[in-house]
Design a protein around this ligand. Structure first.
Ligand code: F3S
Ligand code: F3S
Length: 106
């Protein structure tokens, strides 16, 4: 089990969560950010700081955003387990269906 980032992050990418994560496991894609399921230590620090409430404990992801659980896994199929997001910067490894989403947010 882990925390995951869902639809409200798409095209918003506030990144307040990144500042809170003690293990630097929140990685930036082109359209949204993703939490590494193996690197996350389930501390919960990221969840309350997201201004658009995009972060959920895996068991609490709303029904309409269940696909985002898989998105947070699939993003890392291409980049593996880099062991730290800050040195990496933005990576264009978003799953294709995320890339194809119509513009979101404001
Ligand atoms: Fe996205 Fe919220 Fe973090 S918008 S980048 S999950 S603070
Ligand atoms: Fe990081 Fe803790 Fe969230 S390890 S991704 S701040 S649950």
């Amino acid at each position: 089990m882990t925390y995951i980032i869902a639809q409200p992050c798409v095209d918003v990418k506030d990144k307040a969560c990144v500042e809170e994560c003690p293990v630097d496991c929140i990685y930036e894609g082109e359209r949204m950010l993703y939490i590494h399921p193996d690197e996350c230590v389930d501390c919960g620090a990221c969840e309350p700081v997201c201004p658009v409430e995009a972060i959920f404990y895996q068991d609490d992801v709303p029904e309409q955003w269940q696909d985002y659980i898989k998105a947070n896994v699939d993003f890392f199929e291409t980049i593996g387990s880099p062991g730290g997001a800050s040195q990496l910067g933005e990576v264009g490894a978003d799953p294709q269906w995320i890339k194809d989403l119509p513009p979101q947010g404001q």
